[in-house]
Design a protein around this ligand. Structure first.
Ligand SMILES: N[C@@H](CCC(=O)N[C@@H](CS)C(=O)NCC(=O)O)C(=O)O
Length: 236
């Protein structure tokens, strides 16, 4: 047993980052999913920002440590677990990778707005912001298959969950965000095939995301193609 417990939520992309990194390192961990709409008292007591993920780390002879913030958690796993390095050796490249992970978080924040806003003008601004961010990524990508070439990195762990949203969005409407970006498309495919990325969510992920989207009084829901209402979401 690794002595690690990942406190999570079924749909959280930041939790998936930690799960992917653990899986890349071949480390098993206990996973506890909580309801963010009704946070348990024990969770509120140990989560400084009231957010998942948390990583609880058992320490022999001491109280367990509780880590928060996905970037801190992923770097802790990288530093303490054996297995292939997921961060570059070079300090400049490492700083660049950290920055692109933060860029991935900015994308997730735009994605959340796209999922939930009822304001058509805000939706359009966020849609354009996403298209521009992905265009910038496209310009920076090399020959792949991963962000920095042949080796999977923490940046890949951050973007696997980003692209996973689009597997469901694609079934709903044509958002015009990822089109005509061939390098991005092949990176997306490589991440979708990576076992660690696939295993980071349960098999009912797409169904759960679908239910979340349908429950929103959002502009996105009003855009859903008629056929999307009868089709099931894509299988995970
Ligand atoms: N910066 C945080 C973001 C984590 C985050 O936003 N988690 C969301 C779920 S995806 C959350 O727990 N939200 C609950 C809340 O804000 O009340 C990280 O990287 O870990």
């Amino acid at each position: 047993m690794s002595g690690l417990t990942l406190v999570s939520h079924h749909l959280c992309p930041y939790v998936q980052r930690a799960a992917i990194v653990l899986s890349e390192k071949g480390v098993g961990c206990e996973r506890i999913a909580i309801d963010l709409g009704a946070k348990p008292e024990w969770f509120k007591a140990i989560s400084p920002l009231g957010k998942v993920p948390l990583l609880k780390v058992a320490r022999p002879g001491q109280d367990e440590a509780v880590l928060f913030e996905s970037a801190a958690i992923c770097e802790f796993i990288e530093e303490t677990q054996a297995g292939a390095a997921l961060h570059p050796q070079d300090a400049i490249e490492r700083a660049q990778h950290r920055a692109w992970i933060e860029f991935g978080s900015a994308i997730l924040s735009d994605v959340y707005a796209i999922e939930t806003t009822a304001d058509a003008a805000l939706f359009e601004r966020k849609r354009q912001a996403l298209a521009e961010k992905f265009a910038r990524l496209e310009r920076g990508l090399g020959s792949g298959p991963f962000f920095a070439g042949a080796r999977f990195s923490l940046v890949d762990a951050a973007f696997g969950p980003v692209f996973r949203y689009f597997d469901v969005f694609d079934a709903i409407a044509d958002l015009g965000i990822l089109q005509a970006k061939p390098k991005l498309a092949s990176w997306r495919r490589a991440l979708a095939e990576r076992p660690s990325v696939r295993a980071a969510v349960a098999s009912d992920y797409a169904e759960r995301l679908w239910q979340f989207l349908v429950a929103q009084d959002s502009h996105l829901r009003s855009m859903m193609r008629a056929e999307a209402w009868v089709a099931r979401p894509p299988a995970a």
